[in-house]
Design a binder for this molecule. Sequence first.
Ligand code: FAD
Ligand code: NAI
Length: 476
Amino acid sequence: MSKQFDVVVIGAGPGGYIAAIRAAQLGFNTACIEGWKNPKGEMALGGTCLNVGCIPSKALLQSSEHVEQIEHKFADHGISAGGVKVDLAKMQSRKDGIVSKMTKGIEFLFRKNKVTWLKGFGKFVSGGDSYTIEIANGDAKETVTAKYVIVATGSKARHLPGITVDNVNICDNEGALAFGAVPKRLGVIGAGVIGLELGSVWRRLGAEVTVLEALPAFLGACDESIAKEAWKVFTKEQSLNIKLGVKIEKVTSKKTGITIDYTDDKGLAQKLECDKLIVSVGRVPNTDGLGASNVGLKVTERGFIEVDDHCKTNLPNVYAIGDVVRGPMLAHKAEDEGVAVAETLAGQKPHIDFNTIPWIIYTSPEVAWVGKTEQQCKAEGIAVKTGQFPFMANGRALGQGEAGGFVKIIADAATDRILGGHVIHAHASELIQELVTAMEFKAASEDIARIVHGHPTLSEAVKEAALAVDKRTLNM
Ligand code: FAD
Ligand code: NAI
């Protein structure tokens, strides 16, 4: 007889594992299906985020930023350090150690919360009053039944037709996080989040990096002023070679290297020769093999599971969360949807404000934003006031030697309610959270301007940007 559960979660990325823990906390007999295998061949929880996404990329970003600091920034502090050596194998094993610690941490959390880990890949077999799901682990198969199912199967890298990703020379995120040597010449297709973050890692470690982007605009989702500043820093100060408006024609991989034939923004034929290539052109949802059609689960043409604002699918008692559904492909969005669904099953009325989900690009400087850009407000016919404050005028930033960048706040011209917050700075990822909290509480820019901010802190720049909305900065 099949094991029976109240809740079965399919996928243990940040969406699925958090949903499972919250469901168990709320008293449901919960299982989570996951069959991810790490490079050692061991099954691991944590999904893309912990294994080949957020966590390993941030570990390498930090290590490579230390190299950048020693080589280019410490001299300004009167510190010289000659003979800097990078032990890439050690850097990679540090990263792997962090991944292992974090993924094993979820196993501990599952035991603590009495979540059963069903090892393998899950597939809907049949529906009705309860759902039957088959779990395949190699040749071994078992079936379980569940009253409620939460699909959290995440996403995988999108590949381009005619370009074979072998994850040795032509890589998606998985191979690009695991290079055993710093490539001399690195090509990147796609100047999105992964292209910029991983391009930065390998540039800081010594690679000559060229990024080929199809769109004519750089960082189109950002406020234009931030994108302009980021462009200046990345291309002029950090020599990331970014080419916009290109069309990739052909990629040829030989023993001697990779050749990318492309047409540039003027329509001229160009060639890029490189030793490794990263293809980072977005991600696609994981719904293959899920057995959606066995139960009539609606999937869009692009493979996303169709859900409403509460992550409810077309089937009774089946929900879907995270990268496999609409909305930004971000770990914190997946997590919060997981919590909300578990609480919905328990009869609670949770709410996620999709307008206050922060975006952060962990380059140096970091780029972070929440809410609307000034251009979006204009397009939507919303009259706004904006306030901007540079870190150049912030004492803490000067002390840190991180005086580049600024904070920009966009407020409704009539009500002063904050509609968007944008930060470009070495520590933008932490600073944005004040603006997220403010927007979640429907704050006005005046609210932030009247809050006491510790001195000297970077957050004083957020306060000053709020004061700037009313044209009354104090320190500029
Ligand atoms: P996933 O993390 O993709 O997990 C889905 C899990 O489901 C996987 O483990 C998969 O094996 C499993 N699965 C799939 N099908 C089945 C099945 N049939 N049965 C059982 N299990 C199944 N986001 C951020 O917010 N911040 C960042 O800094 C960040 N950095 C990133 C860096 C990189 C290089 C990449 C690639 C992504 C990054 N992301 C980041 C995005 C983030 O990783 C995803 O948004 C997040 O992992 C989505 O969570 P999820 O739970 O929906 O799916
Ligand atoms: P992306 O959507 O951020 O960027 C892809 C880029 O590739 C776009 O600029 C697009 O115009 C370009 N592109 C698409 N097709 C192309 C082509 N044929 N030729 C040249 N350029 C092309 O996708 P990316 O970087 O792959 O990341 C995937 C997702 O993972 C992100 O959207 C984000 O949701 C998540 N992520 C989040 C991070 C964070 O929060 N810090 C870090 C890394 C990834």
